[in-house]
Ligand binder design. Structure first.
Ligand code: NAD
Length: 488
């Protein structure tokens, strides 16, 4: 295990053209440890000039990287995956400090998944094939799949290295070069990744990581004329801004946006399994996973029994030091986010909601006393179409509502502008298929949650996004198809 300690004020640097460098203007912004509410490092406050430098490096690296045999690209990316695994403890600690998430979660989910992303696409590219279409006795068509050029990858704070690598890995495996921007709220593991890229022997300029604010760095990536592809994960409002700039420039866009996912529990479910998983799907990572089920619909026959058992279990969850083994929830990501979540709890009460448990900030002691902790919160008695049930809160807050019929719950589940994920609990297979087919969502989990096969298409419908990540879908996105038609 490698040690990981922060000096009083660590300075993160940009990774451009294979080197770790200061932002050109020399400005920095503060990076806060949300578990303690203190500034612990500095992030480059980069601007368009840093993005221009990174894009130039990526553009110059493209001809060579795109022509590098895929076996060689694969080996370098597998080495990177290996280095991530080798640095698991160090990276997990960094993720926990930066984000406030339980160290245990970072160790078992975030960092292993980041390594898996690189491994998956490093090997996936070796099996990626294009199609051919024969026109009997007339012609044969085949499709060339070529890397596109410099790709812009912009990611959020909730699963920092996990989602950052989920974009970068397929882009690089397909032979593109990348200008990437992690969230300014959680930049540390992306910075540590840049050190590992150097160790892995990734050629200069193939991956460039520019740190800073969305409005400056993200916007500069979006509007740069030499970046024809943008892969973005984040909020729906930001997604709209990106479309408004990149759309008229005819950039290729993949947008993974917000959600307001329904969790539908029929009275013929396996009660204990549904209960246990619902605690997890509601409050994992402090409810800050785009796939968390934030609207829980329970069929009337088991509503009271389920509600009471659920409240009981949630009351027993421990909010505590993210570094303690027994903490179920750590800190939420920032003061600003904590205040946003609290404002939604207030709104819910104004809308007639009854807080069954939680509903408040949790004050800690000692060096955690200024940290941003929230009690897991369950709210009842709200109409399915009120603001609390329609808008994304993205914190440890769920609502619970009874329903009578399948028709009614499908109507309520589909009533939001979002359509990312959903969960259905029933032992009746016919019902499961029927409901799964009718829910407006990119993913339907039946009798499980967050079970991921990286080969499957991942993404949302409606305001939850455009396009799909995962499997060969991502390699399709990061390549340009060209039809070649040969007359026989
Ligand atoms: P955000 O939209 O505020 O920020 C995401 C990224 O975009 C950050 O790196 C940010 O700096 C950058 N950004 C901000 N303004 C920009 C601009 N004008 N141009 C370009 N880039 C800009 O989102 P967030 O608060 O970091 O993350 C939470 C949101 O992400 C939630 O809505 C959540 O549902 C969503 N999310 C979606 C998925 C998914 O797969 N669908 C996964 C995780 C999170």
């Amino acid at each position: 295990m490698k040690n990981f300690t922060f000096t009083v004020m660590d300075k993160i640097r940009n990774y451009i053209n294979g080197e770790l460098i200061e932002p050109l203007a020399g400005h920095y912004i503060e990076n806060v440890d949300p578990s303690r509410g203190v500034v612990y490092s500095l992030i480059p406050d980069s601007d368009a000039s840093d993005v221009a430098l990174a894009t130039k490096a990526a553009k110059e690296a493209f001809p060579s990287w795109s022509k590098t045999p895929k076996e060689k690209r694969s080996r370098i990316l597998q080495k990177l995956a290996f280095l991530i695994e080798d640095n698991l403890d160090r990276l997990a600690m960094a993720e926990s400090i930066d984000n406030g998430k339980p160290l245990r979660l970072a160790k078992t989910v975030d960092i292993p998944r980041a390594a898996a992303n690189f491994n998956f696409y490093a090997t996936g590219i070796l099996h990626y094939a294009s199609q051919s279409h024969a026109m009997e006795d007339v012609a044969i068509n085949y499709t060339l799949r070529e890397p596109i050029g410099v790709c812009g990858c912009i990611s959020p704070w909730n699963l920092p290295l996990y989602l950052f690598s989920w974009k970068i890995a397929p882009a690089l495996a397909a032979g593109n070069t990348v200008v990437a921007k992690p969230s300014e709220v959680t930049p540390m593991t992306a910075y540590l990744l840049s050190e590992l890229c150097i160790e892995a022997g990734l050629p200069k300029g193939v991956l460039n990581i520019v740190h800073g604010l969305g409005q400056k760095v993200g916007a500069a990536i979006t509007e740069h004329q030499d970046i024809p592809v943008i892969s973005f994960t984040g909020g729906t409002v930001t997604g709209k801004q990106i479309i408004s700039v990149a759309g008229p420039m005819f950039k290729k866009l993949s947008l993974e946006l917000g959600g307001k996912n329904p969790n539908i529990i029929f009275d013929d479910c396996d009660f204990e399994k549904a209960l246990k998983t619902t605690v997890h799907s509601s409050f994992a990572n402090q409810g800050q996973i785009c796939l968390c089920g934030s609207r829980i619909f329970v069929q009337r026959g088991i509503y009271e029994k389920f509600r009471d058992a659920f409240v009981e279990k949630v009351k027993n969850l421990k909010v505590g030091d993210p570094r303690s083994e027994d903490s179920n929830l750590g800190a939420v990501v920032s003061k600003q986010h904590m205040e946003k979540v609290l404002s939604y709890i207030e709104l819910a009460q104004q809308e007639g909601g009854k807080v069954l448990t939680g509903g408040h900030r949790v004050m800690m002691e000692g060096d955690l006393e200024s940290g941003y902790y929230l009690a897991p919160t369950i709210i009842e008695n709200l109409a399915y179409d009120c603001r609390t049930n329609q808008e994304e809160i993205f914190g440890p807050v769920v609502t619970i509502m009874p329903f009578d019929t399948t028709e009614e719950v499908i109507m309520m589940a589909n009533s939001t502008t979002y359509g990312l994920a959903s969960t259905v609990w029933t032992e009746n297979l016919t019902k499961a298929h029927n409901v799964a087919a009718r829910i407006h969502a990119g993913i339907v989990w039946v009798n499980c949650w967050l079970l991921r096969d990286l080969r499957t298409p991942f993404g949302g419908v409606k305001n939850s996004g455009v396009g799909r990540e995962g499997g060969f879908e991502a390699l399709d996105f990061f390549t340009e198809p060209k039809n070649v038609c040969i007359k026989l």
